[in-house]
Design a protein around this ligand. Sequence first.
Ligand SMILES: [Zn+2]
Length: 555
Amino acid sequence: MRQDQEDPYQRRSARVYAGADRAVSGSVGSFRGVLYDAVLLDRDGTLIEDVPYNGDPEKVRPVEGARAALDELRAAGLRLAVVTNQSGLARGFFDEDQMRAVHARVEELLGRFDAWLVCPHDDADGCDCRKPAPGLVYAAARELGTSAARCVVVGDIGRDVAAALAAGAAGVLVPTPVTRPEEVAAAGWVASDLPSAVREILRRQEAARPAQVSEPVGTALVVRSDSAGDVLVTGPAIRAVAAGALRVVLLCGPRGRAAADLLPGVDEIIEHPLPWIDPAPGPVDPEAMRTLTARLAAVGADEAVVFTSFHQSALPLALLLRMAGISRIAAISDDYPGSLVDIRHRVPVGVPEPERALSLAAAAGHLLPAGDEPVLRLRSDTVPPRPVDVGEPGYVVLHPGSAASSRACPTELAARIAGALTAAGHRVLVTGGPDERAVTATVAAAGGTDLGGRTDLAGLAAIVVDAAAVVVGNTGPAHLAAAAGVPVVSLFAPTVPFGQWGPYRVPTVRLGDAGAPCRDTRAATCPVPGHPCLSGVDPAEVVDAVRMLSGGGDR
Ligand SMILES: [Zn+2]
């Protein structure tokens, strides 16, 4: 009889090996990073060379630079755990004593880990801890006294990254020669080796923390033009600014206004289009620019923080802000800003948009207050009650559309997904804007309730907050789900990097062909016949993803 058949708890759960000779405390101690508390490392192929089903301590060989890299993490106050699939236990290739001997040897060579989390099952067991399921990540976070969202997982194959995302943790892929190219393409964060992964983890952590927290100001003007999703992902940075200001005024564009109304920390909103940001801009109207400048001057801001995406320029607005008399301006700019900007910040490519914005807030001296996690949030007072006719909480929201058609789910596929989810016993609500009614009607006819055109963004938020999961492309409602803490099945067209635009710090499964020819084109309309990045998604994958994400874990 296999050991994992003796104990029903063990059959479904990861085994925790904290080590008999040490206490695992329930808290993370005095140090608390802005982004991360802990780093969870895969074992074989990540920390040590992969020797299949190894039960022999003599065969343990650390990867190059592992000891020094791990010691850097320890010195920075980060907790370390190992999260490892060891199906060799289930298959009888080695026993627990042999595995403990291997782990002891690993610690002899690499130093101590605060916890060891092992899945002893194989694929046939249907456990919830074997990666890519998120069970080990949740168990490790719990062991270390933190949450999965405050963990970063480092591994060498797609399963490691998928488990991280499914738990709402960050995932770094460190490929080896055996890592499959599609796994590399799908990963949002790739490092060339373990030491580089560690350097980038520490860099991101440090970038979110101000060198010195600035003195509180009276009024701060924050700026985020562009669409709803852009505004939502800037939320954590805006809350950081709000923590150090008596009043926060947000300048946004018409397409982001509804999202701006949902953001905590914003006291007042100015809505004005910025022609150097809008994807389909009107001409620059001198009179409109004079009006905007006067309006900005009337704010009487002590400082301005201008948030942008990596391909947008903050400088035209910085000029208007100078003309409005604002004396302290912070912005990200690779272009030389001259005297337009006081705090010129620069960010490498690939950083998640919320962290990119947080790092600008940090450069300006602003830090999220203790207890406010760097997650997207909605203000509860602006989300209306859920309509009574959508039924009880626990439904699945399927949102097929997107303002950019290249990022929308093909209608035919969305209909098959609706049918498959309904057949699997889910109640499906199909949502979309007023101009997407034909699509939502077609999709809902295959299974589900058609809510097309019935919700504005706040109304959609009211529905999303009670969903078990949201199935959506890379578009505003994905970030709305993240802000509501609702798991996302992300049908992610790779036109922009997943690492920057994927749902942030919420349990996520990414589907679609990440290596499709539209990758990194930023195309608004799919440049490839047949929309191949998404059209190949199997509805059964969506059903499996919803099951895994809504099936619990310990969130
Ligand atoms: Zn397992």
